[in-house]
Design a protein around this ligand. Structure first.
Ligand code: HEM
Length: 519
């Protein structure tokens, strides 16, 4: 199709087109012919008949009611017939791959003129590449899948695999050996938890919570037990196909009977007489990615206590979707095991040693959630700052109301505090062995997660107050805030509920109290 030739008009010429049968408007120096469109306009025809709109510059009115992305939709781009002579369009929405210049929209280490002791040139290069990739490849799919509820597109999963993004989301370790990470930007041996933080936070920045979980979050929590406790044969078979996005894995621990109470689980695994297989019976609930997974890392009650094993989708294993408050893209499932036969070689760790397998997994899982929570909050701060600056109420920008500024002050403080604590813990992880992390950081990460999810929920509430009705509307200007507010409680529950984690953190601290210290 030939590109339409855009003409140049003076503002006086545009003003002549202000009748019902011939109507133009200006938005950001671009001239739109809305004569036919106005009767199809989702906001009604009447708005265009206003003397201050027809034939006039409607930029301010437009941006008070629409996100910039509306003008980027092909069906509306076609309405543009020209530009105002001597003027240049300058307004933009999200610029793919670019850093945002909105204050606090980026963590300090990505803010011009600010410094950080943690991030090197290699982290910065990775960040730039992952942002570009996520914005160009993943973001459009995320928005579409959140809407239609389908799982993330397999070609996006495959493209992420080409960059080895699935592998990088597992953190540093032997699984990265020999891989080309993000076209070789980072060498596998230099990849550390800050590199992983970059990957996790850039993916979260999409603002699509259900889709984000659908995008192999199951592997982030379900594969490490295989990596750390699986036999060499099992790892050789399962790990590459999961990291290459050809097979999917999830963590199946929680049950309807027992949420955070791992010892109260009722799914059983009993050995066959020849000792070669486990026979698994029971159910699991709220299993992220379960609807489409090939592998399930399952916690079972066994003769010796609690054992974790890798169960493959096979006869007797069924999954049903659970409707939750985020999108079905996450593949949240109810899983039933009816005499499912599992080779004993699929046992992860010691028989009866499942608690150790689970506990050692929790730190990384919760740290990922903290990293994501800190980044999710920041996106909401950015949305709110943009909104209060461009939206007018009572004849003044919303930002001129002190009560709005007070809310923003609290939101900024929370997200900066969360990020600073996440970066500090990340630094500790980079400098501690896996075992040391398990011993020293479990309490700290539990408290951090509690802080992140509580502050996220407070900011979600503030953001809805700032956006008003749009904060509870799934389309239009407040759509990211609505989504955030609707889905934020997931973070506060998955990987341990807030009260449970708070208690864990304090109990750990009390255990380390010096016996001779007194007030
Ligand atoms: C080329 C110009 C325009 C296009 C393509 C356009 C498109 C749209 C679209 C797609 C919506 C649905 C909501 C959304 O997706 O954000 C909408 C809603 C709306 N539009 Fe427009 N519009 C244009 C110009 C205007 C102008 C100049 C005004 C007013 C002065 C206006 C007033 C409204 C109103 C009041 C709504 C409903 C907003 C809401 O429910 O929150 N539109 N428009």
């Amino acid at each position: 199709m030939a590109t339409k030739q855009l003409k140049t008009f003076t503002r006086e010429e545009v003003a002549k087109h202000s009748s019902v049968d011939d109507m133009w408007i200006i938005i950001d120096a671009k001239v739109y012919d809305v004569t036919r469109f106005k009767s199809l306009h989702p906001g009604g025809t009447a708005v265009f008949l206003d003397d201050e709109i027809a034939g006039q510059d409607a930029t301010e009115a437009f941006y008070g009611l629409h996100r910039h992305e509306v003008l980027e939709r092909p069906q509306y781009q076609r309405l543009q017939i020209g530009v105002v002579s001597g003027e240049q369009p300058r307004l933009h929405g999200r610029v793919p791959g670019a850093l945002s210049l909105v204050p606090y929209a980026e963590p300090t280490w990505l803010t011009k003129g600010f410094h950080s002791p943690y991030f090197s040139e290699s982290h910065r290069k990775l960040q730039a590449a992952v942002r570009k990739f996520v914005d160009e490849v993943v973001f459009p799919d995320a928005q579409a899948r959140e809407e239609d509820g389908k799982r993330p597109s397999l070609d996006v999963v495959a493209k992420m695999a080409e960059k080895n993004l699935h592998a990088m989301r597992m953190g540093p370790g032997k699984h990265l050996r020999g891989l080309t990470l993000m076209d070789g930007i980072v060498a596998p041996e230099e990849f550390d938890y800050f590199h992983e933080l970059v990957c996790q936070q850039e993916i979260t920045r999409m603002g699509a919570r259900g889709y984000g979980d659908g995008l192999n979050a199951g592997a982030v929590i379900g594969l490490p037990p295989v990596l750390n406790f699986g036999s060499a044969e099992l790892k050789a078979r399962v790990v590459p196909e999961v990291l290459q996005g050809r097979k999917f894995i999830c963590l199946a621990i929680s049950e309807a009977f027992a949420g955070s109470d791992v010892m109260g689980l009722q799914t059983t695994a009993v050995k066959t007489e020849d000792g070669k297989h486990w026979i698994v019976n029971g159910t699991k609930k709220w299993i992220t990615n379960g609807t489409f997974c090939d592998y399930f890392t399952v916690g079972c009650k066994t003769e010796d206590g609690f054992t974790v094993m890798l169960v493959e989708r096979s006869e007797g294993l069924e999954t049903k979707p659970i409707k939750t408050s985020y999108s079905p893209s996450a593949g949240t499932a109810f899983v039933t095991f009816d005499n499912v036969k599992v080779p004993v070689e699929n046992t992860l760790g010691e028989e009866g040693g499942g608690i150790f397998v689970m506990l050692s997994n929790f730190n990384h899982e919760r740290w990922v959630m903290c990293a994501n929570s800190a980044r999710g909050q920041r996106l909401v701060v950015e949305e709110c700052l943009l909104w209060v600056a461009q939206r007018k109420a009572f004849g003044k920008p919303l930002a001129s109301q002190a009560v709005i500024r007070a809310k923003l002050a609290a939101m900024v403080a929370r997200c900066e505090a969360a990020q600073a604590w996440v970066e500090n813990v990340t630094y500790q992880m980079c400098n501690m062995s896996y075992k040391e992390q398990a011993g020293k950081l479990a309490g700290q990460i539990a408290l951090l997660k509690r802080f992140c999810t509580q502050s996220a929920q407070e900011s979600a509430r503030d953001a809805v107050q700032i956006f008003g009705g749009r904060g509870i509307t799934q389309t239009g200007m407040g759509r990211f805030v609505e989504h955030y507010h609707r889905t934020i409680t997931f973070d506060a529950l998955l990987g341990g509920a807030e009260d449970v984690l708070g208690d864990l953190g304090v109990r750990q601290a009390l255990r380390q109290m010096p016996s001779d210290a007194r007030l």
